[in-house]
Design a protein around this ligand. Structure first.
Ligand SMILES: Nc1ncnc2c1ncn2[C@@H]1O[C@H](COP(=O)(O)OP(=O)(O)OP(=O)(O)O)[C@@H](O)[C@H]1O
Length: 253
């Protein structure tokens, strides 16, 4: 008999959410395995941020289920939240605190203090190339550096699942490339599971998995080559356009 499959890093099933009469998510389901890099692709208003709010327990889901490494977000929120790191679309750094203070505050919320906190903070700042800016106030950093601080902060408690909502918005090409390559590297090296929400289709290459979310519904999901075959086209952009009924206008997205 083969052993039971390991728990998914993130499993979402039957998830729906409405704001009054507006249905933002409809019966959304997917599974992310440890080590997977999964791009959640959707245009503005697709429901990406709403999905993040439900998975991170900012909103309560009335319909559906979310589990993180087998922990139900409703029944075992502490265990589920301890296993995830999040980079929200809007920065939540305190601009008047130093880089290190921002990370230390986050570490203490996760019960990490003293020398353990100092070590973890130093390790993560080293990893994103910002150890020499540890005592700078966040206000003094560029947009790209702030994003890197947010990434380091999200990983300081060593989660095995990382969620990022439109992490490259507003960044220049170099900062964007750094962020994508760094996160992809963490998937390969640490087995980190990643859900990367974006409207930029080129942020998912052929080795990624994708979830195409449109008007609150998952239109298709899986490894990029497989969703392309199902859509009957050869590129992810063409797949996205075919599924969502968008006209191809080149560039832009
Ligand atoms: N607080 C809210 N009250 C009412 N409607 C909302 C609220 N938040 C989101 N919506 C609506 O829910 C739908 C999904 O929005 P959501 O922000 O989740 O999409 P998104 O894919 O994250 O888009 P964007 O990339 O623009 O942030 C949209 O129709 C939006 O107008």
């Amino acid at each position: 008999m083969s052993p039971a499959p390991p728990a998914a890093a993130l499993e979402v099933s039957g998830l729906s959410h409405s704001f009054g009469a507006r249905q933002a998510l409809r019966d959304v389901g997917f599974r992310i395995a440890p080590g997977d890099f999964t791009a959640l692709l959707g245009l503005n208003g697709a429901g990406k941020t709403t999905l993040f709010a439900l998975v991170t327990r900012l909103y309560h889901s009335r319909q559906g289920r979310v589990t993180v490494f087998g922990h139900d977000i409703r029944r075992q929120p502490s265990a589920a939240l301890a296993a995830m790191g999040v980079v929200f679309q809007q920065s939540t750094l305190d601009l008047d605190l130093t880089v290190r203070q921002n990370l230390a505050y986050h570490a203490s919320l996760h019960g990490i203090a003293g020398s353990r906190a100092r070590t973890r903070i130093e390790e993560e700042l080293e990893r994103v190339g910002l150890a020499d800016r540890r005592d700078a106030r966040v206000r003094q950093l560029s947009g790209g550096q702030r994003r890197r601080v947010e990434l380091a902060r999200a990983l300081v408690h060593d989660p095995a699942l990382l969620l990022l909502d439109e992490p490259t918005v507003g960044l220049d090409i170099e900062s964007r490339r750094f962020l994508i390559e760094h996160v992809r590297h963490l998937c390969r090296q640490r087995g980190l599971a990643v859900l990367w929400a974006t409207h930029l289709i080129d942020e998912a290459d052929d080795t990624a998995k994708v979830i195409v979310l449109h008007q609150g519904q998952v239109l298709d999901q899986g490894p990029v080559p497989e969703v392309n075959v199902r859509a009957g086209v050869t590129t992810l952009r063409a797949t996205f356009d075919t599924l969502t009924g968008q006209r191809q206008e080149g560039g832009g997205r």
